[in-house]
Design a protein around this ligand. Structure first.
Ligand code: PLI
Length: 463
């Protein structure tokens, strides 16, 4: 059986508000056509992100009551440390409030001005921290990852030639570490193969360069390896996760994704010296080493979530539910990023709204139009998210211009995804009417969060 019903049942429900089209037109106008600025209570099905939006289990909630809120030496920290050592295989664990807390620490410790940080496609906060510390991000993902239509099993792979060329061009001493995301968020949640991770590690070690993984959705990556890579079908998800991380010197983690918690993150490391330096930064920016940026109860929920995420039935259903939505759209001929990834379905806004120029922000407009149509909230992942080049001030123009429909873990039923599919198909039928947008307010950093827009012309879509 490839896709089965939820391997859990519902014990608590959270009612959601139904809104009218008129209310939604007003709400999106007030939000400056930016779905980040909508009030959550005005949203029917919230697919903005899978970050911190998971439903926790009864076991995790029970653990919350066992929070030991001591400033130092909380028992929940030791439970968390043990879980991370066991599941990921790193000896040193630095708890942070979320992923970017870990990114701040590792980037500040390892990157010097003038350095280069190769990575398999950028992620917004990851690149922002690298640049803040004087590094230049260099994209070393395979070319196919930038084409939404190419269907290959491991579209998140590193192009080893691009990596080797960079090492030869700038020298290994200018590369503090290679940053590898498993899976690759902005490439559509696409996985990296085990063989590729192994090869990156071998090449890095040949040149004495560290490899730091972004572990945010590594369990989803492990599922794809089990499903698609020869020799892994009979291995457990836990074994695959352990092997993945055996090819890294450390990882940053936004535990708000894989690990099924609403807040939390960590930096995990293999080298004692870096760990010691990291804890010095931790006390400055996050908190004491046995809590970082977290309450005892949060660390307990995270420790328990770290085991729930590697449950075979859980992860098969998780990826299957994302695919359930994706397949409905593919069958209806909607242009989406192929193949369907681990955490989200990405609409290809460039193909969907081929009448718009990329500088009219097609994905931003499509996300706003979807909200008005059905109260479904997605997120722009295209030219707005990519921001401007820090040297030239010009817009980065990514080939991928996407609307991300991100699936929270254990939150919605398949019926919700039927509604989402119906709305996207409805919009596709009247896509010519969807207008472009222009900035009314453009923040200097991470502009997608708080920027606001207005339509370039009047359209029935927004009236
Ligand atoms: O949001 P944080 O600070 O816990 O984590 C930052 C972060 C790092 N790496 C990756 C791959 C992410 O996806 C990520 C956060 N992602 C968000 C918020 C998202 O909506 O995808």
């Amino acid at each position: 059986m490839s896709y089965f019903a939820e391997p859990y049942k519902i014990k608590v429900v959270e009612p959601i508000k139904m809104t009218t089209r008129e209310e939604r037109i007003q709400a999106i106008k007030e939000a400056g056509y930016n779905t980040f600025l909508l009030k959550s209570e005005d949203v029917y099905i919230d697919l903005l992100t899978d970050s911190g939006t998971s439903a926790m289990s009864d076991n995790q909630w029970a653990g919350m009551m066992l929070g030991d809120e001591a400033y130092a030496g909380s028992r929940n920290f030791y439970n968390l440390e043990k879980a991370i050592q066991d599941v990921y295989g790193f000896p040193y664990v630095v708890p942070t409030h979320q992923g970017r807390g870990a990114e701040n620490i590792i980037s500040s410790l390892l990157i010097k001005p003038g350095d280069y940080v190769p990575g398999n496609m950028y992620f917004t906060t990851t690149r922002a921290h690298q640049e803040r510390n004087g590094g230049t991000f260099v994209d070393i993902i395979i070319d196919e990852a930038h084409d939404p239509a190419v269907e290959i099993p491991f579209k998140g792979n590193v192009d080893l030639n691009k990596l080797e060329d960079l090492i030869n061009r700038v020298g290994a001493d200018k590369i503090p570490y290679i940053s590898v995301a498993v899976t690759v968020n902005l490439a559509g949640g696409q996985p990296v193969s085990m063989a590729n991770l192994r090869d990156v590690h071998t090449l890095a070690k040949k040149h004495g360069i560290r490899v730091i993984f972004d572990a945010t959705r590594a369990v989803e990556n492990a599922f794809f390896i089990k499903e698609r890579e020869e020799g892994y079908a009979d291995k457990s998800i836990k074994e695959i996760v352990r092997e993945i991380f055996s090819y890294a010197d450390g990882c940053t983690m936004s535990a708000k994704k894989d690990n099924l918690v609403n807040i939390g993150g960590f930096l995990a490391l293999r080298e004692e010296e870096i760990y010691e330096e990291a804890t010095e930064m931790l006390v400055l920016f996050e908190g004491f080493p046995t809590y970082g940026g977290l309450a005892g109860r949060d660390m307990e929920a995270l420790a328990r979530g770290t085991y729930e995420m590697i449950d075979e039935a859980y992860i098969a259903h998780r990826v299957g539910q994302v695919r359930y939505l994706g397949d409905q759209l593919i069958n209806a001929g909607i242009p989406v990023m192929r193949p369907i990834g681990g955490h989200a379905v990405f609409l290809d806004a460039r193909a969907f709204l081929s009448h718009l120029d990329q500088e009219e922000f097609p994905a931003q407009s499509l996300a706003a139009a979807l909200y008005v149509d059905s109260g479904v909230r997605g997120m722009e992942r295209g030219i707005v998210s990519a921001g401007r080049d820090i040297k030239t001030g010009e817009n980065h123009k990514p080939r991928l211009e996407l609307v991300r429909l991100t699936i929270p873990r254990r939150v919605y039923t398949d019926r919700h995804f039927d509604v989402v599919a119906e709305s996207v198909i409805n919009l596709y039928e009247k896509r010519e009417e969807i207008p472009g947008l222009k900035f009314v307010y453009e923040p200097k950093t991470l502009r997608f969060f708080t920027g606001s827009f207005e339509p370039t012309k009047k359209s029935p879509i927004f009236e």
